[in-house]
Design a protein around this ligand. Structure first.
Ligand SMILES: NC(=O)c1ccc[n+]([C@@H]2O[C@H](COP(=O)([O-])OP(=O)(O)OC[C@H]3O[C@@H](n4cnc5c(N)ncnc54)[C@H](OP(=O)(O)O)[C@@H]3O)[C@@H](O)[C@H]2O)c1
Length: 240
């Protein structure tokens, strides 16, 4: 059974990906600070397929040892989904430095460090799949999301360069860029903003967590073996 580590697998897009990947036949290791009730229920219904590992990604020194323990317990990792992220918004001129630092730490530094450690397992296997969870705001301006957008643009830069670095070793690296999806991260979005997003989307709706999970599943699959260094946008045509 191929192992896939999904950071932020306790809820939202990460949990949707965990469920989808488990149904596709992977053993999924969901990483977060704590398991949610929904993840616990998923683990109970698929005990062989879904497991949990606790890690606070803000503590980057803890990431290497955690990956080591995961490998020791479950064996080599075939896939990594760098999905965990914070969505802290605010006008840049008003943001606290500590909030900016935490965004960069969890959304950019942690995926870099996590990828570095997981890559070693993939390199020795000569195969692997990495999917980074970006956002449409990496490439499209959004007032109030400067720091967040910077973290996601960094992930897309990482995606392209790492694809070149590890392609010769049989490892693919891609990103998924969701539009706005209803999760805890976007719960502050008001009804008017939601309606505006729907109105501006070609398909007149918002993407759902399952849509993002299917894109992740595809990029991890053998069907995507010749796709690397790309960002797949899943936004119901919001940026079309
Ligand atoms: N929802 C959207 O509209 C949208 C759009 C574009 C991109 N995205 C991206 O998609 C990803 C998932 O977003 P979401 O909407 O599913 O968010 P969410 O519902 O808030 O879930 C975030 C996940 O990240 C984990 N996490 C947060 N801080 C962590 C930390 N310090 N250490 C370990 N895990 C941590 C959370 O678990 P714990 O809190 O238990 O640790 C949770 O599992 C993010 O990267 C986000 O930027 C979301």
């Amino acid at each position: 059974m191929r192992n896939v580590l999904v950071s932020g697998g306790s809820r939202g897009l990460g949990l949707a990906s965990v469920l989808r990947l488990a149904d596709s036949g992977y053993r999924v290791i969901a990483l977060a600070r704590a398991p949610s009730d929904a993840l616990r229920a998923a683990m109970e219904s698929r005990p062989e397929r879904i497991v949990f590992t606790a890690c606070d990604l803000a503590d980057t020194a803890a990431i290497g040892p955690r990956v080591g323990e995961v490998r020791k317990t479950y064996g080599p990792l075939y896939g990594l989904v760098n999905n965990a992220g914070l969505g802290t918004g605010g006008l840049l001129s008003m943001m606290r430095d500590t909030d900016i630092e935490m965004l960069l730490r969890v959304n950019t530094l942690a995926p870099l460090v996590l990828t570095k450690h997981v890559l070693r397992s993939m390199m020795s296997a000569g195969a692997g799949r990495i999917v980074n969870m970006s956002s449409i705001v990496a490439t499209h301006g959004a007032k109030g999301l400067c720091a967040y957008a910077a973290t996601k643009a960094a992930l897309e830069g990482l995606t392209r360069s790492l694809a070149r670095e590890v392609g010769p070793l049989g490892i693919t690296v891609n990103a998924v860029a969701p539009g706005f999806v209803d999760t805890t991260l976007t719960e502050a979005l008001g009804e008017a903003a939601r309606e505006r997003i729907v109105r501006r989307s070609a398909l007149r709706r918002m993407a759902e967590p399952a849509d993002i999970a299917q894109a992740v599943d595809y990029l991890l699959s053998d069907a995507a073996r010749n796709i690397t260094g790309v960002t797949l946008t899943v936004d119901a045509g919001n940026t079309a």
